[in-house]
Design a protein around this ligand. Sequence first.
Ligand code: GRF
Length: 184
Amino acid sequence: KKIAILASGSGSNAEKIMEHFQASNKAQIVLIGTNKKDAFVLERAKKFDVPTFIFTKAELEGGNLTQKLVELQVDWVILAGFLLKIPQNLIDNYANKIINIHPALLPKYGGKGMYGMHVHCAVKEAGDNETGITIHLVNENYDEGKIIFQAATSIDEKDSPEEIAQKVHALEHKYFPQVIESML
Ligand code: GRF
């Protein structure tokens, strides 16, 4: 199976996924795509010799990325910290084949503005005693596709948003690669 990963930022999840499939013969990471030409994920792709593809929002919406993925015969598209809304042209070509990870227990704390530290600040503000990750299929609405997997971690009021983020990242790195493999 061929996998493409889309990321807009650091790409620590992308790295864990590349590492995981380097050792597994179940799939191959054939592309790292990003809308940010200075995204650190590009450095991580170099380390794993994975080709990269930088595109603008307009190109994403115009179908350039979808065309590239179809040409490469990509089977699965993984969103790992990708901050643009997935356009209909990509959803139409990859129905139920786009997987996203969200750093909270959806349906709580979902939606457009809920990314990065915003989520962890909101969880802390609410005084929740747990948070976690949600891995789900992507449809045309932010964070509303079918939930595939969730994992939770306990938190308490002395945890800073940064400490919460660390606990959530640990869950992401532990589970995302194996959940992807279970879907292939
Ligand atoms: C992760 O917290 C993920 O849940 C969210 O964006 C962040 C990406 O982190 N979608 P990284 O770029 O993989 O380090």
